[in-house]
Design a protein around this ligand. Structure first.
Ligand SMILES: CC(C)(COP(=O)(O)OP(=O)(O)OC[C@H]1O[C@@H](n2cnc3c(N)ncnc32)[C@H](O)[C@@H]1OP(=O)(O)O)[C@@H](O)C(=O)NCCC(=O)NCCS
Length: 148
C-alpha cells in the first residue's frame, strides 16, 4: 500500500513543480512562495514521499479563501483532490469558517469538484482572468458548513 500523507507546508520547489505542471496559467515562483505565514493554511499531499498536490488557503477572521489547489497531472483523475478538499473543509468546519474561492469559468473540472462539496456560485467577475488570447470570467463560489 502506498503511504499517503497530508501535512502543513511552506511553498517550495517540489510544490511549485506541481503548480507549473498542473496549471495552464501558473503563478510565478515569486508569487507562489509568498503564500505563507500565520494567515495561511497550506497542505501538501504526498505519495511515498513524492509531492503530488497541495492546497493553499488564507484565513481572515471567520473566512477561509482557497487560493490554489492542484494535483500533478500524472496523478489526476484518481480522487486525490478529495484528500485536499476534505481536509480544508474539515478545518473550516472545526473553526466555524465560511469558505470562498474564485475559479475560471472554463475550468469545469474544478467547478465540478467544488459543486461536489456543496459550493454555490455567489457572483461572476467579468473578464477577470487573462487567457492566451483575451480574458475570461471568474466565478466566485462560497461554501458554508451546515452547522456554522
Ligand atoms: C482540479 C484538480 C485539483 C482536480 O484534481 P483530481 O485529483 O484530478 O480530481 P479527482 O480525481 O479527485 O476528482 C474530483 C472531482 O473533480 C471532477 N472531475 C475530475 N476530473 C474531471 C474531468 N475530467 N471532467 C470533469 N470533472 C472532473 C469531478 O467532479 C470529480 O468528482 P468525483 O471524484 O466525485 O467524480 C486538478 O484537475 C488540477 O490540479 N487542475 C489544475 C489546477 C486547477 O485548475 N486548480 C483549480 C483552480 S485553482
Amino acid at each position: 500500500m502506498p503511504e499517503i500523507t497530508l501535512r502543513n507546508f511552506t511553498p517550495d520547489k517540489a510544490c511549485y513543480e506541481v503548480e507549473r505542471r498542473a496549471h495552464e496559467h501558473p503563478w510565478s515562483f515569486s508569487v507562489f512562495s509568498q503564500s505563507q505565514g500565520p494567515a495561511y493554511y497550506n497542505r501538501r499531499l504526498t505519495i511515498d514521499g513524492e509531492t503530488i498536490g497541495y492546497i493553499i488557503c488564507q484565513q481572515v477572521l471567520d473566512e477561509l479563501t482557497i487560493f490554489n489547489v492542484a494535483v500533478d497531472p500524472k496523478h489526476q483523475g484518481h480522487g486525490f483532490s478529495h484528500y485536499l478538499m476534505k481536509d480544508a473543509l474539515n478545518y473550516a468546519h472545526q473553526n466555524k469558517m465560511s469558505v470562498f474561492l474564485e475559479v475560471r469559468a472554463s475550468n469545469t473540472t474544478a467547478i465540478n469538484l467544488y459543486r461536489t462539496y456543496g459550493f454555490s456560485e455567489l457572483a461572476k467577475r467579468s473578464d477577470y482572468y487573462k487567457t492566451h488570447n483575451g480574458y475570461e470570467d471568474a466565478l466566485v463560489m462560497k461554501w458554508q458548513s451546515e452547522q456554522n
